[in-house]
Design a protein around this ligand. Structure first.
Ligand SMILES: [Zn+2]
Length: 285
């Protein structure tokens, strides 16, 4: 019988632990790449690197607790972000609140090219407000429309979710020798505690806006270099009806923590609006 995906990943990362000279008390344990706690085989579970809800397929092993807690904290924010992007590109609707002449109802907005349709969601609205609004319309009392789009995701959770995907992608590729490095541990601790202010996520994360990339995978890792400081550019493709390309800068293990963070702070200020050139031939997946 061929080993399960869980067993093959376990064997692979047991070797990676040994290569990084990390010890565990038990032979049937790994260190969870997120919380960094020793975890026995039975408490490990398969976790998507990119959430399945945005097209992710590849998996890694984490402890069950990180899998459950992080999954619900971050995955839904990535999915909601992409659903909203789909909505702005004419796929599906965007939830909103509509206020007219002091009445408020729940609505869905179709964001078409050159038109916007606002549909009142009767089931989710107060029936009295809906009928009062209809009466106003019939009587010709059309006041100012006040439409609030409900984005439904939280920026900190969204960005922490992206950082988590990027970290797990690079961990999948380079294992414990990579993750055990102090500069990478700084990133790992930030994922597990989203109240930490360091490193500042705005300096590490952004969006590639220039069109479609030639990748079928849900992420790719590209090595880069700015003024002698090396990094990995992890490109994350969020896929629903449409695709959004996010990127995360991750340190390479030779970088010093302060150098990496300083460089990213500087380059995030310098590079606003500049074109980023990606060497497609050097990509890891
Ligand atoms: Zn864990």
């Amino acid at each position: 019988m061929s080993p399960s995906q869980k067993e093959s990943l376990f064997d692979h990362y047991r070797k990676s632990l040994a290569a990084a000279d990390l010890k565990t008390t038990h032979q049937d344990s790994l260190i969870c790449p997120l919380c960094w706690q020793e975890t026995r085989f039975d408490d490990l579970s398969l976790e998507h690197i990119m959430p399945g809800s945005v097209g992710g397929k590849r998996c890694i092993l984490t402890c069950t607790q990180c899998n459950n807690e992080h999954g619900s904290s971050f995955d839904s924010h990535l999915a909601q972000f992409q659903k909203l992007r789909d909505g702005f590109k004419g796929h599906g609707t965007i939830p909103a609140k509509l206020k007219v002449l002091g009445k408020e109802v729940v609505a869905n907005v179709e964001w078409g090219d050159g038109y916007k349709n606002i549909n009142i969601v009767g089931k989710a609205s107060n029936p009295a407000e809906v009928s009062a609004m209809q009466d106003d319309a019939k009587a010709g009392n059309v006041g100012e429309l006040n439409l609030t789009l409900l984005y439904g995701y939280n920026k900190n959770n969204f960005q922490t979710g992206l950082l988590r995907c990027a970290y797990l992608a690079v961990f999948k590729c380079f294992g414990y020798e990579y993750a055990n490095h102090e500069v990478v541990q700084v990133i790992r601790r930030r994922i597990c505690d989203s109240t930490l202010e360091h490193p500042r996520l705005e300096s590490l994360i952004g969006e590639l806006r220039d069109g479609s990339l030639p990748y079928r995978d849900s992420y790719v890792i590209v090595p880069g270099n700015v003024n002698g400081v090396e990094f990995f550019l992890v490109i994350l493709l969020l896929r629903k009806e449409t695709v959004t390309n996010q990127f995360v800068y991750m340190p390479v293990p030779v970088a010093r923590c302060d150098e990496f963070c300083d460089m990213m702070e500087r380059s995030s200020k310098d590079n606003d609006g500049k074109k980023l050139t990606i060497p497609h031939e050097l990509v890891f997946t």
